[in-house]
Design a protein around this ligand. Structure first.
Ligand code: GMT
Length: 378
């Protein structure tokens, strides 16, 4: 099949899923065309069957806000015509689904079915903002198929927008060959000395991630036992995290390493993955840590209970209870055998439930359905 994938190129979960999906589809012999305003950061080194098409947005003195949606719609039309796309799959509703629907109208009577995948904040934050809600509703109603990354997000979509249509749940996935256990002792020593516990947090430092709470948890843990926190990623709250670490007297225990291309090499080094997000529609970062045998400590909110099993392969605490999170971290660090069992169970769960081989065929089935159907389908 010839598949168009539209996504954000930044280090957010939706862009990562879209890029990994593009690469996995290419390995399964599809021709894949990725459309975004910059090259997605994980696309490099991917299969030759994946081609990236830049969406260029022309500015003009009249434009206070250059019309990205129109530029994207034009690029979808152009790519569909030149490459003979069978289907376009957009990741994140705003504005990608709208641009794809517009392109679909422009291309008629030639068919270009639109598959929209909802990732989380496109429903929970941005999508229900008054400025965008009518457009999000239209995108959900009018796409040929809609998928969500967790059952929780599918329910949330129904709750917020009314039951507009069936939304199929297709979870995130992880390449368990690339994200795998294997501790490089020398590299670990670059971050933590012998006898120190190593905690890791990976995010885009947006407010919903509550990265500041990761610093608070480290400070509470470090009062009772030697520990350091590796902060991977970058974003709006990074500077505030540094300031909080300084204020709490643990600046020397928090290592900020910025966005890293090889996060799969860092995750296995850590004892625990801290994810104090207010909610995660799925929690791809947690899944990647689990695949590396690093158990997650998070809150029982959003779709995380569909990923982490409390007391088996990680801990899920009452939402926003940072003190409970610190206690849970200390309990696990003080029980190395339990910690190792959690790590093994986390890896097993990733391998059994969330590999590309298990998940990608479900997207392929959706593509086949919309291509073969005449009109809109679930
Ligand atoms: O984490 C973000 O804010 C980025 C966001 C995105 O759409 O780029 O991530 C969401 O999509 C991921 C992939 O489906 C999910 O694993 C994340 O849980 C979700 N983030 C939130 O719901 C906060």
């Amino acid at each position: 099949m010839r598949v168009g994938i539209v996504c954000y190129p930044t280090a957010g979960g939706s862009g990562v899923v879209a890029t990994e999906l593009a690469c996995a589809l290419a390995r399964r012999e599809h021709d894949v065309h990725v459309l975004s305003y910059a090259q997605p950061f994980r696309l490099e080194g991917c299969d030759q069957r994946v081609r990236w098409h830049e969406v260029e947005v022309t500015t003009y003195p009249l434009f206070r806000y250059p019309p990205y949606d129109a530029a994207l719609a034009s690029r979808i039309v152009e790519t569909a015509e030149e490459e003979g796309l069978d289907v376009v799959h957009v990741h994140y509703a705003i504005p990608h689904a709208l641009a794809a629907l517009l392109a679909r109208d422009v291309l008629a009577p030639r068919r270009l079915p639109v598959v929209t995948t909802l990732h989380g904040t496109d429903i929970t934050i941005v999508g229900q903002d008054r400025a965008y809600a009518p457009m999000t509703r239209h995108a959900i109603k009018s796409s040929d198929a809609v998928t969500a990354v967790s059952a929780w997000l599918a329910r949330e979509t129904d709750r917020v927008f009314g039951s507009l249509r069936p939304v199929e749940v297709i979870p995130n996935f992880v390449d368990t060959a690339r994200f795998a256990p294997g501790r490089d002792g020398q590299r670990r020593r670059a971050y933590a000395r012998s006898g120190e516990a190593l905690l890791v947090h990976v995010s885009n430092f947006r407010p919903v991630k509550r990265a500041l709470a990761a610093v608070e948890v480290l400070a509470a843990v470090a009062k009772r036992r030697p520990a350091v926190l590796l902060m991977v990623g970058d974003g709006p709250e990074r500077a505030a995290c540094e300031a909080r670490a300084r204020a709490l007297g643990v600046r020397d225990r928090v290592r900020f390493v910025g966005a890293q291309a090889d996060v799969e090499a860092l995750l296995p080094l850590a004892d625990l993955f801290l994810l104090p997000s207010e909610f995660e529609s799925f929690g791809l970062a947690a899944l990647e840590a689990m695949a590396c045998g690093t158990p997650t400590v998070a809150f029982a909110s959003g779709g995380l209970p569909e990923v982490v099993t409390d007391g088996v392969d990680g801990r899920l605490l009452p939402p926003l209870d940072d003190a409970a999170m610190a206690e849970a971290v200390l309990d696990l660090l003080e029980a190395p055998e339990r910690l190792a069992a959690f790590g093994a169970a986390a890896r097993a769960s990733a391998v059994e439930r969330f590999t590309p081989d298990r998940v990608v065929p479900r997207y392929e089935a959706v593509y086949r359905r919309v291509v073969e159907a005449g009109g809109p389908v679930a």
